[in-house]
Each structure stands twice: as C-alpha cells, then as structure tokens.
Design a protein around this ligand. Structure first.
Ligand code: MSP
Length: 615
C-alpha cells in the first residue's frame, strides 16, 4: 500500500492517508467476507510521476510541432465487444476519434490512435456458443469485421488491441498483482442483479419494471458468487479531489456533474472476478476464477502501447505514451472510465488519463441504437451507398458531439448534397472550369497578391481559426460548420464578382476575374486542409485538383491554413467532380400513389468518383 502512495502527488497522498483504512471497504449491501487475500508480491516500482498529468495537451496550441520532439497525443476509442459485428453506434466513436487524431496530426503532434476489441466475458462466450463456434474463432471473425469496417471508413488507427492478445494478458496479470500488492483486492461473497449486456451488477434503484436494465430493456438476472473484490471505496476521497481540482477531466461538463454525484453518493467495492465464466484471463493464483471483463478490458489502453519488440510488461507499455491524452467513450460507460479506471490506476501507482469525453447516443426512434436491442443501422450499407466521406461528415456535422442524435436518410441526403456536393464540390468544379477556359488551368498570380486589400482573405482566416478552436475543444460539429462557412463565403464571392462575365469584358476586367479565381482556389486549398480530419478522401481529391501530389497531402500541417499557399504559375488538374450528388428518384407506381424513394447508389470508392456535379 505504501509503495503506491509514495508516488502520488501531495494532495492525493494526504487525502489517501486519511482514508486508506480497511474498515472503509465494507460499505456495500452484501453478505459476509471471507479470507482476505495476502499480497503475493509487493516489490514493484511504480513510475515516478504525478498521477494526474495536469499539463493539458488541449487548448490554445498555436505552436505547430514536427519531428521527434513532438508532444504525444494518445487518443482511444472504447474496445468494442465482439458479441456481434459493428453497427453505426460503434462506428460513431471511432469516426470521431479518427477526426480528432487527424486534426492532432495536422498540428504536428505524435499521435497514437488506439482502438480494438473487447473479447472476454460471459456475453462473448454466450454469443459464440449461440453462433455455433468456439469463442476464439468467434472473436477472430468479429474482430476482423471491425478492422474491415475501419478500413472502409478511412479510419487511420495506429494500434488495434485485442484483449485476447497474449501480451495484453501479461499486462493484466502484472496489473492485478500490483493492485493485490497494494492491498486493494479481497475475497467475498456477493449477491446481486446482473445485466449480462452491460457486464455489470446493477443497483435495484436504477432498474425499470421487472428489474429491466434501462439501457438494454432486458431483465437483470440474480447472481450469487464468491469473488475477488477491488476496494474502490478507498478511492472515494482521492477521486473527489481529482475531479474538484481538474474539472476538465470529465467532459462535457454536464457529465462531470453526473460523475461527481455518483461519487458523492458513496462508492462500493466491485467484484473483479467471475467464478462461473471460463472465457477470460485466469485470476493469478486462482485459476478457478477469471478476471472480470471490465478490469481486463480497460487495461487494453495500456497494453496497446506496447511495440512488437517490447517485453510485455507495464513499464515498457507505460513508457511508450501513457497516460492517454483522451479517452473517447459513449455516456453509458462513463462510470467505468471516470470512476473505476482512475481508482484502479491509482491503486497500481500509474498516472491517470488527461481527459475522458462521454458522447451521446445515436438513436433510432428515440432509443439507443444497439446490438442488444437490434435497432441498428448497418454502417457497411451506408458506406457502400454513400461513401465514407458522406457518412463521416453527416454524423460529425449533424450530431453535436456530446448530445444524442437521430438518423434519417432524408436528412442525410439533404445535408451531404447541400454541403459537400454543392457548397464545396460545385464551387471547386466551376472555378476550375473557368480557369481552364480562360487561363489554361494556370494561376496568374500568387494568392497573397490576388487577395491584397480584400476583406475576403481576413474572413477566411478568421473562419479557419474558428474551426481550429472548435477542433481543439472537440466541438466537431461546430468545426464542420466553420469550414462550411468558408465555402459559403466563397460562393457569395463568386456570385458577387461574377468572374465569368468579367472574362468576357477583357482588359482589366479579365485580369480581375483571373485574380478572383486564384482567390477562390486558395480558399479551396484552405478548406481541403481544414476539412481533412472529417472528410479525408474528399479533401485529398480537392488538394490533388489544385495541382498537389499525394505526398504533399499526406504531409500537410495546420499552419498551412494560413492564406498565401498557392503561387502564380501553379497548374491545376483537369476539373473533375470531387463529390457526386446523391440522387433520389421518386418512383410513381400503383396508379399514381407514391412509392418509396429509391436512392441511386453512388459509385464512389476512395479516389474514383463517377457522377456529375452541376457546374
Ligand atoms: N467493451 C466495452 C468497452 C470497453 S472499453 C475498455 C463496451 N463495448 S460496446 O461495444 O458495447 O460499446 C462500445 C462503445 O460504443 C461505447 O462507448 C458505447 O457507448 C458506444 N455505442 C454503442 N451504441 C451506441 C450508439 N447507439 N450511439 C453511440 N455510441 C454507442 O461498452
């Protein structure tokens, strides 16, 4: 116990010393306790760093970094249960994480984007058995389905951790031993109501009629077990202090209030082993029990950091980037990330993550979309129909990050057509068309010269800065909105200046028109950078149309959103639509009665776009 405390920062240390008393364990509603487990080893060396790294990596980062010295930014998605293939709800967190990771890479940060699958536990074993396969085989198949979806959605993760990976198992065992050595594990009987879908014992007060889980609407089952427990209650005070001193630890702020009230109501020790579940990591020194799936899975965030060459131990993993900068999760798993996980880390003497952001749910008819309720939207279908950029853009733009959001196909098509096909795609296409016709697709002058004395440049710079701040604050919808405003401003500029008629007038008017096109194309260049976290393939195509190579796109930095990148003499590519409109055909059958709309499938895969954009 003393070893872990020695490494805590002062405030945590002082509060811990008043409460680390075994008597505080016994505050949950259960039965009798049996043999306390004595530590098997207590000689670990915990890292010498403060538990909560308060040097925030978010906020006003105007310094764009590059190279080896770049500050690491470790962002994680939840590790997804493999009871069933991914649905749009699981894809949502990953799309958001990818946009954030791409933005941080643009800032020059050394990003480690971690995702993966949570493969142990009763829920997975039951799903495998129901499908007629062994759990390992089942996990291989579903885990692969996640990887394929991430590929189709342009998710550029750095690490994919599977909790059945032997390296992860070694980390879990070592971590368990540390917590044990800290005297935070004991054995006891427990009786309660269990939701298999949440993999969690529930408090009767939280349940609906017939003891139904409010998330999964299925009855919880009574369970009685002899388990190992984690002494969460010991960490009540330290957690209260951490949250009071670091209000940004849990975001959005309304979720912080929720977490604080849970803690205030009293923390109960929780069971971290299962006697009746075989599919899991055996408890060290007691292979009759397996480690509770949440105690196991949360550690995936650390084991994911291991390099292939590393020995699978905590020290190697932690030195590769722990603590995480940001855990992105759905609001249903906030308690695990903002209460259990920090307490577990404190017990093991490890630093706490810097931030936990709990987003809302994608809903269908007001209900959380989910595998257990069977009301999901198939992300593969959406990607096949509309392409990855459209799917990514719609969910990030339409759902305010943090709140719930409902899906409707009509809304999807309207938004994507209006924003991506019209405001952005069409603006680029008609500008390039005019440049080809009048200037041999070549810029007549540097964009900085073209914009001299024009307020328009300031407008673009102001909006792109607005987008940056929104990205920093994880306000992804507002970031999209700011970029769209740039596109709107560009369209207004074109309508006001009408370069197509200036070209016809010749002389000075012709020159002015040629400059106007440079201004709009510079605007498109800035949009291509600023929207690339959200719609990477579309932005790559825009950038290439401006005469840049793939490599140049891959090495972009946010600092290049400054006005003045396009230079005179740069030759643009042939105008080609970068984003095809989604056409809805209304079929009129049955003697005039209107049949459902049919969506014309857009054949847009990565770089290839077919389809016509109105110029
Ligand atoms: N395996 C745990 C996480 C362990 S992390 C160490 C788990 N898995 S899950 O597959 O059930 O859920 C993963 C994430 O998907 C959660 O953040 C959850 O909130 C999110 N979503 C599942 N359905 C969702 C929606 N309908 N909408 C948005 N996100 C949702 O929990």
């Amino acid at each position: 116990m003393a070893v872990a405390r020695m490494n805590m920062n002062c405030s945590i240390q002082s509060s811990l010393s008043c409460i680390l008393k075994p008597s505080s364990f016994f505050n949950f509603r259960t039965t009798h306790f049996r043999n306390r487990v004595s530590p098997t080893r207590n000689n670990f060396v915990a890292p010498k760093r403060s538990l909560l790294c308060t040097c925030s990596s978010n906020g006003n980062s105007n310094a764009f970094q590059t190279g080896e010295k770049a500050e690491p930014f470790v962002v994680t998605t939840p590790l997804y249960y493999v009871n069933a293939p991914p649905h749009m709800g699981s894809a949502y967190t990953t799309i958001a994480a990818d946009a954030i990771a791409r933005f941080q890479r643009l800032l020059g940060k050394r990003v480690v984007f971690i995702t993966g699958t949570d493969e142990h536990g009763e829920k997975i074993a039951t799903a495998a058995a129901a499908g007629g396969s062994g759990p390992r085989e089942h996990c291989d198949v579903i885990s692969q389905a996640y990887k394929m979806l991430w590929n189709d959605l342009d998710i550029a993760y750095d690490k994919f951790i599977r909790t059945t990976d032997p390296k992860h198992e070694a980390i879990v065992e070592e971590f368990y031993s540390r917590v044990l050595a800290n005297d935070d594990i004991y054995r006891a009987d427990y009786e309660g109501l269990y939701c298999v879908n949440c993999e969690e014992y529930k408090d009767e007060k939280e349940l609906l009629e017939n003891n139904c889980c409010p998330t999964h609407l299925k009855p919880c089952v009574p369970r009685k077990e002899d388990n190992y427990f984690f002494a969460l209650s010991k960490y009540q005070k330290p957690l209260e202090e951490i949250l009071a001193q670091n209000p940004d630890f849990v975001q959005p702020s309304y979720r912080l209030n929720e977490v604080q009230s849970w803690i205030k109501n009293g923390l109960r020790d929780f069971s971290i082993s299962r006697a009746a579940v075989d599919w899991g990591i055996p408890v060290p020194n007691d292979n009759k029990q397996t480690i509770y799936v949440w105690f196991d899975a949360l550690l995936g965030y650390i084991s994911a950091l291991l390099e292939d060459k590393d020995q699978p131990n905590l020290q190697s993993a932690v030195s590769s980037g722990w603590p995480a900068s940001l855990h992105l999760i759905g609001k249903d798993i906030l308690r695990f990330h903002a209460v259990y996980w920090p307490a577990m880390l404190m017990s093991a003497g490890l630093s706490l993550p810097k931030r936990v952001f709990g987003h809302g749910f994608l809903t269908k008819d007001g209900m959380k979309m989910g595998k257990s309720l069977g009301n999901t939207i198939e992300p593969n279908e959406l990607v096949d129909k509309f392409g990855a950029d459209a799917v990514r853009y719609f969910f990030l733009r339409e759902v305010e990050f943090g709140n719930d959001g409902d899906y409707s196909e009509d809304r999807f098509i309207n938004i994507v057509n209006a924003h991506l096909a019209n405001t952005i795609g069409n603006l680029l296409n008609r500008t390039l068309g005019l440049l080809k016709k009048n200037c041999q697709s070549t810029l007549v002058v540097d964009s900085s010269i073209a914009a001299e004395g024009k307020e328009f440049k300031d407008t673009v710079e102001r909006l792109v800065e607005k987008a940056r701040i929104h990205y920093e604050n994880l306000a992804l919808s507002s970031a999209c909105e700011a970029v769209l405003e740039i596109g709107n401003a560009g369209n207004l500029y074109m309508d006001k200046h009408q370069p197509w008629s200036l070209f016809k007038q010749g002389g000075d008017a012709f020159e002015a028109a040629a400059k106007d096109l440079v201004i709009i194309l510079e605007t498109m260049r800035i949009i291509a950078i600023a929207l690339s976290p959200v719609a990477p393939s579309l932005c790559r195509r825009i950038h290439e149309q401006l005469g840049y190579s793939e490599d140049q796109f891959d090495n972009l930095n946010w600092s290049e959103t400054k006005w003045g990148g396009l230079k005179g003499g740069q030759v643009m590519a042939q105008p080609k639509p970068v984003f095809a409109r989604i056409e809805q055909i209304k079929e009129n059958e049955n003697g005039g009665a209107e049949a459902p709309k049919k969506v014309v499938k857009k054949k847009e895969k990565k770089q290839q776009v077919q389809g016509v954009i109105e110029a």
